[in-house]
Design a protein around this ligand. Structure first.
Ligand code: ABL
Length: 541
């Protein structure tokens, strides 16, 4: 059966697109290379041993988040990337820390590369929040649990003139504020696109979901796409999903996945197509004269982030979340099983703050901070091991550094040029931001000890020596960025890949600059805006 829209990738972009387009009555096929994730999606593989009676998985229980990184067989991470990506239904939104901050309006400014048609995200954000409300506090009994890090840092940041706010009450206010993290959980269980948009799409007879279906490339005749070539030869003849005559393909496979599919389809810089040409799937490339040269993988960005680790006698480090899978604290586990409340109804972060920074180059950059109990100190000092907490400082909206991502001939995705601190102004801005944020902290919080960096290392030496790859924040954007022309962008104002007739991208790759906050809310906002534009664009099925 041919489809009006084939959407490749069941993450936030693809699921929102699938729901809105099937709602408009089109025949939609959604392809996802991985399998189910949360209990509601049919996930049974990762039920927490102590939560067997609930059937809830690691993807459902927010408090298991930190164990994503410490599990024995973490099959949910994409195996063909050197960075973290979610290769299962829900994509990044089922394996992330779930911090949910809808973007400020000015994030969509032309200053950050957005076309003028995209300058007002307000309606899209309202649509998103109608489907996916934000909750502070996360536990449905309205209590805060394991909240010592919040109480402690509140006392410091309020003395420094920061205002305490409910962060999502005023999404534009991101200077000198702090608050409790906001989440989109529903009754103590991970929500997000799999609990909302996917469920309404699935209820429609014109929507079809195929799991375990890996897309190799689009099938195309010059500028016209006719289908998607996959590994699923059971459900699709020769593995090829086909389009109706005016049908369209939307790639929503993420910053790395969409780039790989474009390369394998003969779309991208010449050196990347040469990698495909040396790979096992070289035969899927179109003839040379059909190659489309676009800056796929160029201009990516990710927040540089720096972790500082402290101890304070008031803090309970929750054993740095190390026992949460096998032997969690009995009372907390029992409370969660009984009522989906308590410590396990939240992921690890407990405190968020933002500050605007003025750079030596005259540009404004914002810093976000996220603090959590626990952490991984690197220090020669002895320290109070049960009282550890970490503050992560991210440089976010306004960063100017860019990197490049690509693939090798095994089709493995990796950063070719690391995006962090390419511009020294990014580094000096973040260093200044951190310095100001922690000034007076010891005076304000008697008993506080900074253990990383330790007492023999200055902050500036610490930042200088910080391992570049560990600045990775898993917030990649920009590999197929939106823009005015094909020398600097991959998709046009309507998310259509330049020089094609019916190929679109809708995922974090189109976002032209690093967002203000943890990316999934911005990705979902952009998806709502983008799918509306694609549907409104004439010429489609
Ligand atoms: C984010 O937005 C970041 O992408 C994550 O890296 C971060 O989680 C979450 N939010 C929560 O703030 C951290 C974990 O807390 C660490 O334990 C882990 O080592 C790190 O991600 C890995 O990048």
């Amino acid at each position: 059966t041919p489809y009006d829209y084939i959407i490749v990738g069941g993450g936030p972009g693809g699921i929102i697109a699938a729901d809105r387009i099937s709602q408009a009555g089109k025949k939609v096929l959604l392809l996802e290379r991985g399998g189910p994730s949360t209990k509601e999606t049919g996930g049974t593989r990762e039920v927490a041993p102590w939560a067997k009676s609930t059937g809830l998985t690691r993807f459902d229980i927010p408090g298991l988040f930190e164990n994503m990184f410490g599990a024995d067989d973490p099959w949910w991470w994409c195996k063909d990337l050197t960075v973290f990506g979610g290769c299962l239904l829900g994509g990044g939104t089922v394996i992330n820390g779930m911090l949910y901050f809808p973007p400020p309006t000015y994030e969509f400014s032309s200053v950050y590369g957005w076309p003028s048609e995209w300058s007002n995200p307000t309606a899209a954000i309202a649509q998103l929040l109608a489907r996916l409300p934000s909750y502070t506090p996360p536990s449905s009994d309205n209590k805060y649990y394991l909240d010592q890090v919040y109480t402690l840092l509140k006392s410091h940041f309020s003395k420094k003139g920061y205002s305490e706010v409910v962060i999502n009450d005023n999404r534009d206010w991101k200077d000198s504020i702090y608050g409790h993290p906001a989440y989109n959980f529903h009754n103590g269980i991970r929500s997000g696109v799999t609990h909302t948009y996917l469920q309404t799409a699935k209820a429609r007879s014109n929507f079809k979901l195929m799991l375990y279906t890996y897309a190799h490339s689009v099938v195309r005749n010059g500028a016209t796409i006719t289908g998607v070539r996959t590994n699923n030869t059971i459900d699709l003849p020769n593995g090829i999903a086909t389009l109706t005559p005016k049908g369209r393909v939307i790639l929503s496979s993420g910053v790395y996945g969409t780039a790989r599919i474009l390369f394998t389809s003969g779309i991208g810089p010449t050196d990347m197509i040469q990698q495909v040409n040396q790979s096992a799937v070289a035969s899927y490339l179109p003839p040379w004269n059909q190659y489309i040269n676009l800056p796929v993988g160029q201009y990516v960005s990710d927040n540089p982030s720096i972790n500082l680790v402290f101890t304070h006698p008031a803090v309970d480090d929750f054993e740095n979340w190390q026992n949460i899978w096998d032997s969690p604290r009995t009372a907390d586990a029992a409370q969660y099983v009984a009522s989906q409340t308590g410590v396990f109804a939240s992921s690890s972060p407990r405190f968020n703050f933002w500050k605007a920074l003025w750079g030596a180059d005259g540009k404004t950059r914002w810093m976000q901070g996220t603090a959590r109990p626990g952490g991984w100190p690197s220090t020669e000092q002895s320290f109070n091991t049960t009282a550890v907490f970490t503050i992560t400082f991210y440089l976010s909206l306004g960063i100017t550094s860019r990197g490049r991502i690509g693939i090798n001939s095994d089709l493995k995705g990796f950063p070719l040029v690391q995006p962090w601190f390419q511009d020294p102004n990014d580094k000096s801005a973040l260093l200044k931001g951190i310095t100001d944020a922690i000034a007076d902290m010891k005076t304000n919080l008697p008993g506080l000890v900074m253990i990383t960096p330790d007492n023999t290392t200055t902050l500036s030496a610490f930042v200088d020596a910080y391992d570049k790859a560990s600045m990775n924040s898993n917030h990649w954007v920009g590999s197929t960025r939106i823009g005015a022309n094909s020398s600097v962008a991959v998709v046009d104002t309507n998310c259509k890949v330049f020089n094609t007739n019916n190929l679109f991208v809708l995922d974090a790759g189109i976002i032209p600059s690093q967002p203000m906050s943890n990316t999934h809310a911005s990705v979902m906002t952009a998806a709502e805006m983008g799918v509306a534009r694609i549907l409104a664009l004439t010429g489609g099925a």
